[in-house]
Unconditional design. Structure first.
Ligand code: SF4
Length: 382
């Protein structure tokens, strides 16, 4: 357990608490699994809603579906009749529903995180690691009630530790309705909202009392970068507001004694090649404006995907990109030498370990101290 034991002392069965002299850092290490981060027991927040609160949530969800301004794209469409930027109507489109073992150890545990991968997205990240799911509408349609029934299958058949809603920013009303339906059916595991943080405050407010864990990304810092790579120049401003609102709702990440996360914010930052300075801005902002006790996962698994490294598009291909919202601003159709070049060449490589380490070092220097370590082969740890 990286937060409590050094690797060497863990092998010897000696905690770092015994091995090191008393210090402020030591008190903090010890408190990672002590109150207030250690819970005796945990009841998911949706279990505490009264029937009046549930009815209010339901009517708000339907109102948002009828005039959708629920994410920062502000389409204003009636989703029972029309689709906005996210391309999804009043039903959700789901690509995969299954216990997932690729999440943080404190979420996947031994039985997996009950993941629901939604198709569609309100961002257009050119490097999207789930491109085949998020940028296309591959999958099957489900009503909110059918989705709630799948949550029950994950709980009953998969014995999962939580319900993990992956890329849900554009289907928040349907998610609200599905959680309430599943509550009536007997759902009792925590809800994880696994988001890019391109959420509106109205959306986070609608989720209050329903979500236990916000698994939130903070992707890039500069507007020029987010405009070019995410197709949203206001990404960082939106993410800052959303993450603060999420943290106000559920606080820092807390665990039960089995090592499973039950409530709070788990913040992810995927270090991008050549963009480590933006990562440093992000971790400093988090420490200064959200919480120095924030549980942070500095991720190193970036790989070129989606549009990165593809051949430059011809005029016809570019027209398709414009329609999909994934064209480089100001880019010209490829001709001659340009056809040989690849798109987004600057991020067409894996991230280097020194880039990752520099972001982690900046995070520590800023005062952050609760970091997620990768899962070990057998079992899981904090
Ligand atoms: S959720 Fe979809 S329809 Fe609603 S504002 Fe966002 S992109 Fe537009």
């Amino acid at each position: 357990m990286a937060s409590i034991f050094t690797r060497a002392s863990a092998r010897r069965g000696i905690s770092s608490i015994q091995a090191r002299p008393f210090s402020r850092a030591l008190v903090r290490q010890k408190s990672a699994l002590s109150p207030p981060y250690l819970l005796d027991d945990y009841l998911p927040k949706y279990q505490l809603l009264t029937s009046i609160q549930e009815s209010k949530k339901r009517s708000e969800a339907y109102a948002h579906l009828s005039n959708c301004n629920l994410c920062p794209r502000l389409c204003g469409v009636n989703r029972f009749q029309k689709r906005g930027t996210c391309l999804i109507g009043s039903d959700v489109v789901v690509n995969t529903i299954a216990p997932h073992f690729g999440e943080e150890p404190c979420l996947q545990g031994h039985h997996g995180s009950g993941s629901v991968f939604f198709s569609g997205c309100n961002l257009r990240c050119v490097f999207c690691q789930n491109h085949d799911i998020a940028h296309q509408k591959n999958g099957f349609s489900l009503s909110p009630e059918e989705l709630g029934e799948w949550f029950m299958k994950l709980q009953q058949v998969g014995n999962v530790h939580n319900i993990n809603l992956v890329t849900p920013e554009h289907v928040v009303p349907q998610v609200v309705l599905s959680i309430l339906h599943a509550k009536d059916l007997g759902l009792r595991v925590p809800i994880v909202y696994n988001t890019s943080s391109f959420d509106s405050l109205a959306s986070i407010e609608l989720l209050e009392g329903l979500v236990d864990i916000y698994l939130a990304d903070f992707k890039v810092w500069n507007p020029a970068t987010s405009k070019r790579l995410l197709k949203a120049d206001n990404y960082a401003d939106v993410a800052m507001e959303s993450i603060k609102a999420m943290h106000n709702q559920v606080g820092d990440l807390s665990f039960t004694s089995d090592g499973l996360a039950k409530k709070g914010v788990l913040l992810r930052h995927l270090v991008m090649p050549g963009h480590e300075e933006e990562g440093k801005h992000i971790v400093r902002w988090l420490a200064e404006n959200v919480s120095k006790d924030l549980y942070v996962h500095v991720m190193e698994q970036y790989h070129p995907r989606a549009h990165v490294g593809q051949k430059r598009r011809t005029t016809a291909g570019r027209a398709r990109d414009v329609a999909e919202g994934t064209v480089e601003p100001g880019a010209q159709p490829a001709d001659g030498e340009a056809k040989k070049a690849v798109r987004y060449e600057d991020i067409n490589r894996a991230v280097k370990m020194d880039e990752v380490h520099s972001v982690k070092a900046a995070a520590e220097k800023a005062g952050l101290w609760r970091f997620c370590e990768p899962a070990e082969q057998a079992g899981f740890h904090l």
